[in-house]
Design a protein around this ligand. Structure first.
Ligand SMILES: [Zn+2]
Length: 98
């Protein structure tokens, strides 16, 4: 797995710079705005519902006691946040979503 880099100056973003990102990110090296590609944003739209369904299925199959349910769900969400930076892709122009 590899973190994305700036599409202008090839600066490699650090993981902690990418955890909370909403659509665009300013490059600390060249100062240019980097936008998440439309392809990645479209995939992102599916992520919420897919994660919800996956959690619901996991809960049915694994049959966790209720006291473990919320920690397990929180764990899945935190893991998704931590992995999100590896999945991002940047471009210097904002692309239309559709
Ligand atoms: Zn840059």
């Amino acid at each position: 797995m590899k973190l994305p880099s700036c599409s202008v100056c090839e600066y490699s973003f650090q993981w902690k710079e990418l955890i909370f990102i909403m659509g665009s990110k300013k490059c600390p090296d060249c100062g240019g705005h980097q936008y998440v590609t439309a392809r990645r944003k479209r995939h992102g739209l599916w992520f919420g519902p897919a994660a919800g369904i996956l959690t619901a299925i996991t809960v049915q199959v694994v049959n966790l006691p209720f006291s473990l349910l919320w920690p397990a769900a929180a764990g899945i969400i935190i893991a998704a946040f931590m992995l999100n930076p590896f999945w991002l892709e940047f471009t210097e122009k904002e692309e239309p979503l559709f």
